[in-house]
Write a protein that binds this ligand. Structure first.
Ligand code: ASP
Length: 309
């Protein structure tokens, strides 16, 4: 067996220990643990990193704790518009969706686009139409309804503000993502989000954008970002980590530090990322108060963390 590993995140932001109860902390940690372990078991059974990241993200999308799939935030029109992407580090193939409604698992649709279409990025109704052809699961609006999210939306409407899931005052956090290295030495990454509360004009964040929210390349690493999407797009954050490794020979740790704690900080881009490299090193940096994160590998014991520690 070669080195294998997986890391996941459930969003970064103003996650303060002072506003968290022990019970809530446990609920989040259990959710992360369950998704991580399912992905890990696949990897141990010799499955591909693509299958492992898709499964871990799908499980997180099914949990209303996180701002993705079922738990997606409300748009200005009181809808849920989701973005997701997946990338295969072996082939540099990718699949992305943006602004899709009523799709149970946007990450599954992204994978279908990658595997079964001649395109990389589909959006809105066209993506949904492709989903129907692929027999993707749809859910009605009630499935995506969550009282806490709805109250966040009402607040944002009243203040006429667009709120990042990380904004102080917002009680839930949670774009989700996963990165993995499999037994064949292949890297993969996937990310999924509901975006920003009260978003309008078809706003799209970094999560479905290859190079910003998601990137994987067998030569270097696999990355999934979470944070203020506008800055991650401008910083080309995920690809930058890979480029620093490929062209400047930085280690994974150094490259992540450069992007998250220098480049993004210099433009006031709040957030974090998870990354794994071809040698199974894992890095999970963030410049915010906290980030829901977990990892396990053949080289490293299980870790599930929320705050800085
Ligand atoms: N990056 C996501 C976006 O801007 C949000 C997040 O990570 O929470 O849409």
């Amino acid at each position: 067996m070669n080195k294998i590993g997986i890391a996941i995140h459930g969003g970064a932001g103003t996650i303060l220990k002072s506003t968290m109860t022990h019970e809530k902390e446990l609920i989040y940690k259990n959710a992360l643990d369950a998704a991580l372990m399912e992905g890990w078991n696949l990897l141990k059974g010799n499955a591909s990193s693509l299958d492992a990241v898709e499964l871990a993200v799908r499980l997180l999308e099914n949990n209303s704790l996180f701002n993705a799939g079922k738990g997606s935030v409300f748009t200005n029109e009181s809808k849920h518009e989701m973005d997701a992407s997946i990338m295969d580090g072996a082939t540099l193939n990718a699949g992305c969706v943006s602004s899709v409604r009523n799709i149970k698992n946007p990450v599954v649709l992204s994978r279908k686009i990658m595997d079964n279409s001649e395109f990389v990025f589909l959006s809105g109704e066209g993506a949904e139409e492709f989903g129907r052809i692929m027999n993707i699961e749809f859910e009605n609006d009630e499935y995506f309804f969550d009282e806490l999210r709805y109250n966040q939306y009402l607040n944002a409407l009243e203040e006429d503000s667009v709120q990042l899931d990380h904004s102080p005052g917002n009680k839930k956090f949670g774009t989700v993502g996963a990165v993995a290295l499999d037994n064949a030495g292949n890297l993969a990454a996937a990310t999924s989000t509901g975006g920003m509360t009260n978003k309008k004009y078809g706003r799209i964040g970094d999560s479905p954008i290859i190079g910003s929210g998601t990137y994987a390349n067998n030569k270097t690493c696999a990355v999934s970002s979470t944070g203020h999407g506008e800055y991650y797009i401008r910083a080309v954050a995920a690809y930058d980590v890979s480029a620093l490794m490929e062209y400047k020979n930085l280690s994974l740790e150094e490259a992540c530090e450069e992007v998250v704690n220098k480049k993004l900080v210099s433009i006031k881009g709040e957030g974090g990322m998870i990354a794994i490299d071809k040698n199974c090193n894992i890095s999970m940096p963030f410049n915010s108060e906290g980030m829901y994160r977990a990892c396990i590998s053949s080289e490293r014991n299980l870790e599930i963390k929320i705050y800085r520690e």
